[in-house]
Design a protein around this ligand. Structure first.
Ligand SMILES: Cc1cc2nc3c(=O)[nH]c(=O)nc-3n(C[C@H](O)[C@H](O)[C@H](O)COP(=O)(O)OP(=O)(O)OC[C@H]3O[C@@H](n4cnc5c(N)ncnc54)[C@H](O)[C@@H]3O)c2cc1C
Length: 385
């Protein structure tokens, strides 16, 4: 695949964030934009490994507002791109079995309601009544988001890439970004496996590899790749079709319907950062035992498919979006810390506004700039798993 010799904007990384950024830039009128992905297809890394969950219930206002922009975008995605995002509002149920989580979620609920996010509170008995097939004897309460649910990660990447291409973006696969040339504190070119591209603007959308692309420009971007793994089960006819996305918040164990069976994940909190994406069988056993305790039918379903992928974790579990002080022409849009799929519409829209106009009238995202870490302004998100 040959690359152009010059471009107004080069986007490095063709997962859902790069694809959304490319689309929103072109939609806002940007010309001569190139999206580069080193794999043979777009969206084969974290985006393809994701559980497809989309939710509005976070602990920080900025994360909630990013969701409030993104969820309706999934709803109108087909009209916009020609691809259905298959957004299914099955709801997210955060089951809480620790007093401290109960207090934290009750407090957040006031913010959710003030922001206009539909939110319901359930007692422990309500949870047991709602989920008779599960063992939640210790549930103290739960927060339910009726508009949360699932969407199709593959379709969203394809939709954005296809719509961006129609608007003139050159979307290229098999192109590895290998270097960033700078002069006088500015980006001047990007080196790739297929040749050099002169440009004044590079957007880093390399996800879990965002730190590596930063290093090419002499920057230290605090994004760690951290393995997360999932499995799906054989058919589970006992589970109703409208089964909600259930999370036992204390352990980070979650389930949702996936085809005729279930998908389940459980985050290992002490997972060391690494690019390893092999399934850890010891952790899988632990996951399976915890899952079978909560949902006894798991003992007979067995595992149909398993995989591991990378979260792209920042120190405060919020993305890094914005220009980088000290290097003109280097723009960050990465580090979504395990919720980048659900925030991809907002991430692309806001980055495009910022890149093209230097402001983001839709939503203030200045608190997401890289410099927050050196200025002691890091955020904190409670609802991560
Ligand atoms: C198991 C698991 C479950 C998840 N579940 C959810 C969920 O339910 N909901 C949710 O919202 N999020 C979820 N996530 C997180 C979500 O998948 C990510 O936040 C999101 O996909 C990040 O998108 P991205 O485009 O930044 O990264 P990626 O999809 O990884 O894209 C980055 C791309 O950059 C490319 N790249 C890297 N370096 C270079 C280079 N030098 N040159 C060219 N290309 C390069 C890579 O090949 C890759 O394709 C989950 C993640 C995992 C692993």
């Amino acid at each position: 695949m040959s690359v152009p010799q010059t471009a107004d904007i080069v986007i490095a990384g063709g997962g859902v964030i790069g694809a959304s950024t490319a689309y929103h830039l072109a939609k806002a009128g940007a010309n001569n934009v190139v999206l580069l992905e080193r794999a043979d297809l777009f969206g084969t890394e974290s985006t393809a490994k994701c559980a497809g969950g989309v939710r509005a219930h976070f602990d920080t206002e900025i994360n909630c507002r990013m969701s409030q922009l993104s969820l309706p975008a999934f709803e109108r995605f087909e009209a916009e791109t020609g691809y259905s995002a298959d957004y299914r509002k099955i709801g997210y149920l955060f089951v809480l079995n620790k007093e401290k989580d109960l207090a934290a979620f009750r407090k957040q609920m006031d913010m959710h309601l003030a922001l206009g996010i539909r939110t319901e509170w359930l007692s422990g008995d309500d949870v047991r009544k709602l989920l008779p097939m599960m063992n939640f004897e210790d549930a103290l309460g739960a927060l339910f988001g009726p508009d949360d649910g699932l969407a199709d990660n593959g379709a969203v990447v394809q939709g954005y890439v296809s719509a961006a291409s129609k608007l003139g973006v050159r979307c290229l696969t098999g192109v590895d970004v290998t270097g960033v040339e700078t002069a006088g504190g500015k980006v001047v070119a990007v080196q790739t496996s297929q040749g050099r591209i002169e440009t004044r603007l590079l957007v880093n959308t390399a996800g879990a590899w965002g730190r590596e692309v930063g290093r090419m420009a002499g920057l230290e971007i605090p994004i760690e790749p951290v393995k997360r793994q999932l499995f799906t089960t054989a058919p589970t006819p006992e589970i109703p079709a409208d089964f909600t996305f259930v999370i036992e918040f204390g352990t980070g164990l979650y389930f949702h319907r996936e085809g005729p069976g279930l998908l389940s994940g459980m985050s290992r909190v002490d997972q060391p950062p690494s690019y390893d994406q092999t399934v850890d069988e010891d952790w899988e056993l632990n996951h399976l035992e915890t899952a079978a305790f909560r949902l006894p039918l798991m003992e007979r379903t067995g595992i149909a498919r398993r995989w591991a992928g990378l979260y792209e974790i920042t120190p405060d579990h919020h993305p890094i979006i914005g220009p980088v002080e000290g290097l003109e022409g280097f723009y960050m849009n990465a580090g979504f810390s395990g919720h980048g799929f659900m925030h991809s519409p907002a991430a692309g829209l806001l980055a495009a506004e910022d890149i093209l106009t230097g402001t983001t009238p839709t939503l203030d995202i200045s608190m997401l700039r890289l410099e927050r870490y050196t200025k002691g302004e890091a955020l904190h998100e409670y609802n991560v798993f």
